[in-house]
Ligand binder design. Sequence first.
Ligand code: PEP
Ligand code: MN
Length: 367
Amino acid sequence: MAASLELTPITEWGYFTLPRPMVIAGPCSAESEEQVMETAKGLSEVGIHVFRAGIWKPRTHPGCFEGVGTPGLKWLQKVKAEYGMKVATEVASERHVYECLKYGVDLVWLGARTTANPFLVQEIADALKDTDIPVLVKNPVNPDLDLWIGALERLNRAGVKKLGVIHRGFSSSEKMPTRNDPSWSIAVELRRRFPDLPFFTDPSHMGGSKEFIQPLSQRSLDLGFEGLMIESHCNPSVALSDAKQQLTPAEINELLSNQIKVREKGGDDMSFKEGIGPLRAQIDVIDENILYILKQRMSICRKIGEYKKAHNVAILQTNRWDSILSKMVEAGKKFDLSEEFVTEVFTAIHEASVQAQNEILSGSAKE
Ligand code: PEP
Ligand code: MN
C-alpha cells in the first residue's frame, strides 16, 4: 500500500524561515527555571527561534533524572513571553499532549521509543485531533521504515497536517563510533517516498558526543534536509541528562555561522550545485552501503575458509564460482548492468575472497 500524506508546507507553519537549516535548539531536559531561562536567552541572542526542552524524559534505567514534569511547562511559557521564541517538547502519552495544549506549547515531537509503539502513537494522534499544533516524529529506535511511516499516517489521519520527521539514527547491536547508527539510506528512502515531508536531523542523539555534531549536521544539509534539532545547555558539563552531547549557545552559533556550509540558491552555477549536492550525497550513502555489504560478504567468506580448512578442502571450487558468475550476469541484465561490468566487479570480489581464504589456510590471517 503506497501511503500518501496531506501536508501543510513548513514555510506556512510560521515558525521557520529559509534559508536552511531551520533550527530547533535547547537542552535535553528542562532542569530548573534558571537553566531554562539562561539557555533560552543565549540561544535567542544568537538567532534561534524555536526552543526545545524535554519535560518528561524517557530514561533507560529507573532512578535517573526523569524530567521535571508539568511545572517545567511554566518555564517554557516564560521563554515564550520573554524571548518571543516558539517552544517545543516531547510527548509520549495523551496526558502529555493535554498538558502541552493547556500550557501553550507550540510544537511537540514523538521520541524514538514512542514512535516504535503504535498504541501510544494512536493515543497521541487521538489527543491531537482538532488541534493545529505541528508534530515532528522521530524515527523508531529500530531501523523499521514502515513503523516510522505508520506513525506519520496515524497522525495525518487524525488531521495533523503540520507534520515532519526527525532522523536521530537507530539502535544497533554492532559497535560503532556514534551513539546511534545514522543509516542515512533509510532517511533517503523516506525522503524519496515523501519529498514534501519536512525533514530534521538530530545530530546530538545520533552522535552522542559533541565532536560528531558538525559532520552529521553537514551530512544532513548535503542530503538536502531542511532542519536540525540540536541539544544546547548553558553549562553542558553539569547537565542532568546527555551532558556529553550538548553545545553551549555560543558553540551553536559557531557551528551554524562558521562550521557548516549551506549551498545557497542563486545564480545558475549555484542552482546547479543545489541540485547536484543532494544527488552526490545520496551516492555517498550508497557507496558506504556497498562497502558495508562487501565487509559482510568477506566475513562470511572467512567463515567458509575456516570450514574448508577444518575439512581439508581446496579453496578454489571452480564449479561454484562459474555458477555464481553466470547467475549474477543473468540477474545483472535485468537491472541493465552489462555482462562486462558484472563480470569485472564479481571477478574482483572473488579474487579478494580467494585471497582471504588462502591467508586462513596458510595461517597468515589476522586474529
Ligand atoms: C530527546 O530528544 O530528548 C530524546 C529523548 O531523543 P530520542 O527520542 O531521539 O532518544
Ligand atoms: Mn537528550
